[in-house]
Design a binder for this molecule. Structure first.
Ligand code: PGA
Length: 251
């Protein structure tokens, strides 16, 4: 039985003070979140402060990106060691906004995934098609290329650690959620791909989150699908009550 995982991606929102306030509110709402893994991913600048707020809870802290190298002349990058120092456990990699606005590609995402695993950080690897891909019937081929590219040469044993987030780009921040059937169909397809790449055991173990306008009102139905193992939440993660509502739908 795969444990559900609900992660809040705060994106480029919240100063340190605002982040502390939100983390405290989430902590109060989620006094008991035993049955589900919960991850908060604030901007880099607020990670330390959020880590401090949730230090004695079951809530985990994650980052929204990570550099692929250990250290050195990489202006603007953040390394695994810098994140681990702040008790980061999860790293979101290859989010569609990074792919679209900062031209991250599967080659670089794959390097980051390998580095994260080598350093005992859990990658949340994002994939998903754009509206034009879906409308032209290319959802599966686009998702397949991203999965095979960003997870190239990852050993079967790593799939208990890594998480895949299927996020149709047309559903992110738009209020348009994939129906539970649409989402389940792609999740099952991704699980089939993993089986083909590294075998049935890894495919059965890997957790696949859905992301894209997930809210308390649609979370239960999405999370009830057999291949949907959690959610990567953007907008609704910025409100403690909404985020807790989604977490509770996963318990
Ligand atoms: P959204 O974002 O929930 O605001 O659609 C999801 C994401 O980008 O991870």
């Amino acid at each position: 039985m795969r444990k559900k995982i609900i992660a809040g991606n705060w994106k480029m929102n919240k100063t340190v003070e605002e982040a502390v306030e939100l983390a405290k509110a989430i902590k109060l709402e989620l006094a008991d979140c035993n049955g589900v893994d919960v991850v908060l991913c604030p901007p880099f600048t607020a990670i330390k402060a959020v880590s401090d707020v949730i230090s004695e809870t079951l809530i985990n802290v994650g980052s929204q990106n990570m550099g692929s190298e250990d250290e050195g002349a990489y202006t603007g990058e953040i390394s695994h060691a810098m994140l681990k120092e702040l008790f980061v456990r999860y790293v979101i990699l290859g989010h569609s906004e990074r792919r679209e606005y900062y031209k991250e590609n599967d080659f670089w995402i794959n390097k980051k995934v390998k580095k994260a695993l080598e350093k005992n950080l859990r990658p949340i690897v994002c994939v998903g098609e754009k509206l034009e891909d879906r409308e032209s019937g290319n959802t599966e081929s686009v998702v397949e290329q991203q999965v095979r590219g960003s997870l190239a040469d990852i050993p079967a044993s790593a799939y208990t650690e890594l998480v895949i987030a299927y996020e149709p780009v047309w559903a992110i921040g738009t209020g348009k959620t994939a129906t539970s059937e649409q989402a389940q169909e792609v999740h099952a397809f991704i699980r089939g791909l993993i089986k083909d790449m590294v075998g049935a055991e890894a495919a059965d173990a890997v957790r696949i989150q859905y992301g894209g306008s997930m809210k308390p009102g649609n979370a239960s139905e999405l999370l009830a699908q057999p291949d949907i193992d959690g959610g990567l939440i953007g907008g609704a993660a910025l409100d403690a009550v909404s985020f807790a509502g989604i977490v509770n739908a996963g318990i």
